[in-house]
Design a protein. Structure first.
Lengths: 200, 65
């Protein structure tokens, strides 16, 4: 029984895909951090695809960027399954999830991960003393302590939206025997959804 | 059930849900804001559903079969 089959039996197929995607992500992350300048030089060999931003070129460029993680995951799949085709292809697909996670983590403002490659270390770069840094963090947290997230819509605003919808619905649909048979229902719901945008 | 048919059946639904959840998370400035907005959306959806059910019931009572 191959390692892949054991993993699949204990983690199920989605679990194995997740595991391989995670390993590929961590591997690419560590390589980019450790050998950032070399990674960038290697990436520069890839033909420049950023001459225009049509969806085709963006997809192609992302595909090229995803290749390392796909190859890493596919290699893992091949090694753990004794070079079976199915697990290798499945692992390659899992590798595609790694750049997806990378893009998602980059896009979320409150995740500190920004996906940069490691930079060459400059000699003698000044470091902030730990005590001063702790003080700065404490001061910034003090400033955030009173921050509360306010609901942009009051209960009265929400009730008003429903009231307007109910009136419009009654006016247009009273002659029909159900909401589903009223041809205006979808338009009225779309209008209500538009009014609700500020509350969401 | 083969994986392909599961993906075909659930794919569009999951994509739509992930898309809206992703948009909500990406456009929020903090986890607290994302959670608060998700909670508000659920409340608004529940309120919409309650209004829809009430109006539908009213039409059915108005036009008994």
């Amino acid at each position: 029984m191959s390692l892949f089959a054991i993993l699949q039996a204990s983690l199920t197929t989605p679990g194995v895909i997740g595991l391989f995607a995670l390993i590929a992500f961590v591997a690419v992350y560590l390589i980019r951090k450790k050998w950032g300048p070399q990674w960038e030089r290697l990436a520069a060999y890839v033909p420049a695809l950023n001459f225009d931003l049509t969806p085709g070129t963006v997809i192609l460029s992302k595909f090229v960027q995803a290749l390392p993680s796909v190859l890493i995951a596919a290699a893992l799949g091949a090694v753990s399954s004794g070079a079976s085709l199915g697990p290798t292809l499945l692992a390659a697909l899992a590798g595609l999830l790694a750049p997806l996670g990378h893009e998602f983590a980059k896009a979320v403002p409150f995740i500190p991960y920004k996906g940069e490659t490691g930079e060459a270390k400059l000699p003698g770069a000044p470091k902030l003393p730990t005590g001063l840094m702790a003080l700065m963090i404490a001061v910034s947290m003090w400033g955030c302590a009173g921050t509360q997230i306010k609901d942009p819509c009051s209960a009265a605003d929400k009730a008003e939206i429903q009231r307007e919808y109910a009136i419009a619905f009654t006016e247009k649909c009273f002659s029909f025997d159900s909401a589903a048979s009223c041809p205006y229902t979808n338009d009225l719901k779309a209008e209500r959804a538009k009014s609700e945008e500020k509350c969401r | 059930m083969p994986l392909a048919s599961i993906i075909a059946a659930l794919g569009p639904f999951l994509l739509k849900e992930f898309e809206s959840l992703g948009a909500l998370i990406v456009s929020s400035k903090s986890p607290a804001e994302a959670i608060a907005r998700a909670k508000r959306n659920l409340e608004m959806d529940a309120m919409d559903a309650a209004t829809d059910a009430m109006l539908d019931e009213a039409l059915k009572r108005l036009h008994p079969k």
